[in-house]
Design a protein around this ligand. Structure first.
Ligand code: GUN
Length: 299
């Protein structure tokens, strides 16, 4: 029987561990974990995400702060806010919600966040620490960290001898995911739009991770029988069968046809998606432990 990996349960388990860790840090040191989320403009989807992050931070017992800036905020004003959050000892994690309005450059803003408060794991220092294998002082980008936790649920911590293919090479996901798999001893290939034979590469993979943003691109005949398939795609497609104008979410993997071939598969929704916010909470409490000079828990 194929295992359908339950991301909601895995996410709830991480959040519970974060709550416990935050409570004991506060009890032992008086330090309350603080997360500041910055949102610029009024994109409804971004406000939905940011609202969920704030509610989850409160649920974890954090000091949760949201800064909502108008759409015409200047680069200097946004940078000044980040600088003040960098200097605030009550704030351990800073997240600037992306995308920013078109007139703002996101890269200088992200790179101005102190690496130890960069709970998104997007600072070059954190990318470099991941690339050089420093998990002790770095912070890992939340979605790959969450996807890796699901891989570990199936295979444990040591992926020696296993072939992994990551389809997608973004800084936000593909590259850090490949680093995490490599650090766990997998033999890692990164496939992308210019690869010659993606289906052929995929058929070699014991662990297949898809993050391309193409609905149901990975078909049953791409998958090695018995493989673990992690679907990072979230694509909204038309669903006329549900009524006029209706839509539904699908991943980058054709779930129904791949499921009987795979040994384990993460669904969309309910797979990697719920892990991202849980790992954001995990990164924030890790940052708070380090700020207090304590060894943080592992997730
Ligand atoms: N927008 C969509 N996903 C993310 C994320 O993980 N981090 C940030 N900062 N913005 C996002």
């Amino acid at each position: 029987m194929t295992v359908v990996i339950d991301g909601k349960q895995a996410s709830a388990d991480v959040v519970e561990a974060v709550r416990t860790a935050a409570a004991s840090l506060e009890q032992e040191t008086g330090l309350r974990t603080g997360l500041a989320v910055v949102i610029v403009g009024d994109d409804p989807a971004s406000h939905t995400y940011v609202g969920a992050k704030g509610r989850m931070a409160k649920h974890c017992g954090f000091n949760s702060i949201q800064h909502t800036l108008p759409a015409d905020t200047t680069q200097d004003a946004l940078m000044a806010l980040v600088a003040s959050l960098n200097a605030d000892p009550a704030i351990h994690g800073i997240l600037v919600q992306l995308p920013l309005p078109g007139h703002l450059k996101s890269e200088p803003v992200i790179q101005s966040i102190l690496p130890e408060k960069d709970v998104d794991g997007l600072h070059v220092v954190n990318a470099g620490k991941l690339a050089t294998g420093d998990r002790e002082t770095g912070l890992v980008s939340c979605t790959p960290a969450g996807a890796m936790l699901l891989v570990r649920k199936i295979h444990g911590d040591d992926l020696s001898g296993l072939n992994a293919l990551v389809i997608g090479r973004s800084n936000l996901f593909g590259k850090p995911m490949a680093q995490l798999l490599l650090m766990a001893n997998a033999t890692v290939t990164i496939g992308h739009s210019k690869s010659r034979d993606l289906p052929g590469l995929a058929r070699q993979a014991d662990i297949l991770v898809a993050a391309v943003g193409r609905p149901e691109m990975v078909r049953a005949d791409w998958v090695k029988p018995g493989a673990t398939v992690i679907d990072v795609g979230i694509n909204r497609i038309a669903a006329p069968e549900r009524g006029e104008g209706k839509s539904r979410l699908v991943g980058d993997v054709a779930f129904a046809e791949v499921k009987p071939v795979a040994a384990a598969i993460s669904p969309v929704p309910g797979g990697v998606g719920p892990m991202t916010i849980a790992m954001l909470m995990a990164n924030t409490v890790i940052a708070a432990y380090r700020a207090a000079g304590r060894t943080p828990p592992r997730f």
